[in-house]
Ligand binder design. Structure first.
Ligand code: FMN
Length: 180
């Protein structure tokens, strides 16, 4: 069955390593007939969550910036994919800010079930993305119908373009292709 897949790519470097990893995932998902939309947070206006909790009664953020529209796309997607550079062993601030702004989703009949997490970092030890994965798991824990369905880490990539021919690209492609 064709699924609606929303990919949120959070690097400020469009065409950077995590963004290219996201594209490999997208290629696989499209080949399996899924409907994929990609949103790059670069260039978007996304304010911090104000913690006002208005969204818990209105299901909509009081701040009408780009995060408001992205949150609505998140609500309608069956599958969410988050791509991020590792910044200080965590997800990017851009992605964390977007996840906080997704707070209106908490009281909605959000459709997403499977969530994938893709990351890239300069160091290549397996443990490098652990804190970032743990962070997204914390977000997912608040959405009891959803689960972390897969993670891909591209280690040892620093400059834009370093990810070319990296084995993680094949892993991401196969993961996207295997969505069902
Ligand atoms: C602010 C900042 C913090 C970073 N922190 C880490 C880190 O903790 N560990 C690491 O291995 N690489 C770190 N890096 C390197 C990036 O993760 C790496 O360059 C990655 O490929 C960037 O992905 P992108 O091209 O998708 O933006 C950091 C880079 C920046 C700019």
């Amino acid at each position: 069955m064709s699924k609606k897949v929303l990919v949120i790519s959070s690097s400020p470097r469009v065409g950077g390593n995590s963004d290219v990893l996201a594209d490999a995932f997208i290629k696989g998902a499209k080949e399996s007939g899924h409907q994929v939309e990609k949103v790059n947070l670069a260039g978007k206006t996304i304010e911090f969550c104000r913690g006002c909790f208005v969204c818990q009664t209105t299901q909509r953020c009081v701040i009408r910036d780009d995060a408001d529209q992205i949150t609505q796309k998140m609500q309608d997607a069956d599958v969410l994919v988050f791509a991020t550079p590792i910044y200080y062993y965590e997800m990017s601030g851009q992605l964390k800010t977007m996840l906080d702004r997704g707070n209106p989703l908490y009281t909605t009949n959000y459709k997403f079930r499977d969530i994938y997490f893709l990351s890239a970092a300069a160091e290549d030890e397996e443990s490098v993305p652990n804190r970032a994965v743990s962070g997204v798991e914390g977000w997912i824990e608040c959405f009891s119908n959803a689960k972390l369905a897969g993670t891909v880490f591209a280690g040892g990539v620093t400059d834009k373009g370093d990810i070319k021919n990296h084995p993680s690209l094949e892993v991401a492609y196969e993961m996207g292709k295997a969505i069902n």
